[in-house]
Write a protein that binds this ligand. Sequence first.
Ligand SMILES: [Zn+2]
Length: 315
Amino acid sequence: MITEEDKLIRQPLFAKGCLTFKNSGHTLILDREYYRCSEQVKGNCHHHEEKMIRVKDMVRRFDSLITKFELPEGESGRIFDELLMVMVKEWRKSSQRDMYLEEILVSTGNLIIDQIKKRNEVSKADFLEFKRTFYTLLKNQYEEMLFNYLLDPLFTLNPWPKEQDEMAAFLRKSMGITVQRIRLYFSWHVRKIFLSDDGQIEGIEFENWSWYVMQYLKHHIPAYMNNLKKGFIVNTRRFDTLDFFEVADEFSQNDFRDAMSYSAFATNYAKEKILHKIFDGFEDLKPKAKIEYLKKLDGLTKQSFYAYFATLNRI
Ligand SMILES: [Zn+2]
């Protein structure tokens, strides 16, 4: 079941499997105040040079890495203006695409509510239809999430408070969107951080979608990322086009399997996990609570979809 508290779940700074010793390929796990080799914990590691790394130190090193990706003064506004146009187009596209599904969701939801009110047994077929439609809508909105990932560097990688404030104020006033600008969220874009045995950052690999995001920024700021050592970033893919819709369409061909490594749609397991999260425990509710929950689900705005979904993503 989705509860209000879900929004408050703290996501780990580094996803499972992100921190990796470069020499051994061993990943690191969190062990109280330290990150340490996950194989060492199991007794399988013979790389005795691998140090335990204080969480505080790792965060500090990552923070200083972010500095290398910060946007130069005055550039964000230009990119922001362009992305606003993309955003409007994306909203139009998704609302046309999802209109029919939303109708099905509401009408099936009402049908089930009716059955509950009349104390009839809820039809299994109707409930399955409701679940399936809900899931499809969720999946469709993944593209909007990817758009948000394209927009967020303008805030997370922007050290200029005045520029940030202007963009945030615009989004708040015109679209009712409150932007969170937490610098360390940059870690969401990084699939792998390669470490020396003593925990210095020696290289990174971006998520595939985030690599597109970086290329998009570089297209607007040609000198972007030029001060990094060759080979520091292991991604090499070049994009024929940087058009959001074309690239998103390409990633959608296989259910966004390659977009972000923690994509919640990539596996059946992930799909089950989402559906469990949303619908487990529903049967045990009292009729009145069942009705309230269904109403909440079919009335969810896209923003709340996103909020719920984002918390499911990385845990
Ligand atoms: Zn190891």
